[in-house]
Design a binder for this molecule. Structure first.
Ligand code: SF4
Length: 415
């Protein structure tokens, strides 16, 4: 085994059982593989946020949920366990599994949720992967290219689907394609093998990008051994065509195509004819009271890595009611809202490292009416917490209180 020294500091990524202490109280992060959360689970977390934290739920850049300002960490942990959202104490922080948010509902080459479920089972059953850093990221992409573009440490992208529905996926480690795996079990096995290889070869690494060239070569050798060779001509990604918010939208309409980078915000018709609503909230903070109303819809909820909240499997009638009731309460269903394009970290005073009151400054910037043309992420210091994975305008507070603006490609990212 090659020993490396990539993690100069302790792994302080918060989890449910090891919270982070910030200036405004403890922070707990709840991993949601694939960003999925049931209505009853959301209800429990909303209650915990109201009673034991600052009253908000914060979707993160890895489609997890965060509570901050916690006054009773044990009570929050008990609530998360009761909700069934902390199935492992040993692997709590290792379950960073991003999945194409629309998979199985809109587009994509296959429904990849079974792959994520199988991977989660394998991960929790493997003692070795409890040593993964809290930043290690798994990604399961249904062929549209949205998740693999985020360069997960261990990634699978659907390449083709056989007549018998068998999925064939390209397996990647740190953005490098290593071969093809066939079938849900083999694909999940291959993703786990990347994680096992990192723990074995470079146990101190945060992410695959930290590995030396020799360590990466060793990883590639181990992981690719059971895989089939790559096909010579990769298939192009499948673009998503979002539909502007319109309760009257009919599945037979011909919406104007939009770039894949457009927010998944608004009214969408699922492949099965039901409706999916995408929303964002101001400053990425979902008030507990609003979360309780969301839970009352009793629909599946998906959080996306772009901090969107997807309300799935609705009838048109229910969807229209949801928009009518929840929009005035703060759920933003308008894709043209500036809040669909701006995100931020907590900044001062909630974070002791913050050089400026980022939330207040960003809110003022939005209220000013100045157009938001590109994705913007505002942070209170150079650590850049919660930076998006893709290209965006990085707005960083400086010691003099001013903000520096620069275009960032955004990789690698962490919550
Ligand atoms: S980017 Fe800096 S100020 Fe913002 S939350 Fe992270 S450490 Fe705190």
């Amino acid at each position: 085994m090659t020993q490396s020294s990539h993690r100069p500091a302790a792994d302080r990524c918060p989890g449910v059982f090891s919270t982070h202490t910030a200036a405004d109280g403890a922070v707990a992060r709840i991993r949601l593989p694939g960003g999925r959360i049931r209505a009853d689970q959301l209800q429990i977390l909303a209650q915990a946020a109201a009673e034991h934290a600052d009253g908000y739920l914060e979707p993160t850049v890895r489609a997890n949920l965060q509570l901050r300002g916690i006054t009773d960490t044990d009570a929050v942990a008990r609530a998360v366990i009761a909700a069934g959202l902390a199935p492992s104490t040993t692997h709590d922080k290792a379950r960073n599994i991003e999945v194409s948010p629309l998979t199985g509902r809109i587009g994509g080459r296959a429904d990849v949720r079974p792959i994520a479920d199988r991977l989660d089972d394998l991960l929790r059953a493997d003692p070795a992967t409890a040593e993964l850093s809290g930043r290690f990221l798994f990604g399961v992409d249904d062929g549209r290219g949205d998740i693999i573009a985020r360069r997960p440490d261990a990634g699978a992208r659907v390449d083709s689907v056989g007549a018998d529905k068998t999925i064939v996926a390209v397996i990647e480690a740190g953005g490098v394609s290593l071969g093809l795996a066939t079938g849900v079990d083999a694909i999940a096995d291959a993703l786990l093998s990347v994680a096992r290889a990192v723990v074995e070869i470079a146990p101190d690494a945060w992410r695959v990008t930290d590995l030396s060239p020799a360590e990466r070569a060793a990883l590639a050798t181990v992981v690719s051994e059971p895989l089939a060779p790559l096909s010579p001509i990769p298939l192009p990604p499948i673009p998503l065509s979002p539909v502007p918010l319109s309760p009257a939208q009919d599945a037979t309409d011909d919406p104007a195509p939009a770039p894949a980078s457009d927010p998944t915000v608004g009214w969408f018709t699922q492949d099965d004819g039901r409706i999916l609503l995408g929303a964002v909230v101001e400053l990425g903070r979902l008030p507990a009271r609003l979360a309780e109303f969301l839970a009352a819809i009793e629909a599946p909820i998906i959080l996306t890595p772009d901090r969107e909240i997807l309300i799935c499997d609705l009838t048109e009638e229910v969807a229209e009611t949801v928009v009518r009731v929840l929009a005035p309460m703060g759920l933003i269903f308008d894709a043209t809202s500036p809040w669909a394009r701006v995100t931020c970290c907590v900044g001062a005073p909630g974070c002791a490292k913050g050089l400026a009151p980022v939330r207040a400054d960003l809110a003022e910037r939005v209220r000013s009416g100045e157009p938001v043309d590109d994705l913007e992420h505002w942070v209170g210091c150079a650590r850049g917490c919660g930076s998006p994975a893709g290209r965006h305008l990085h707005v960083e507070a400086m010691p003099d209180g001013e903000y520096r603006r620069e275009v960032s490609i955004g990789l690698p990212h962490h919550d």
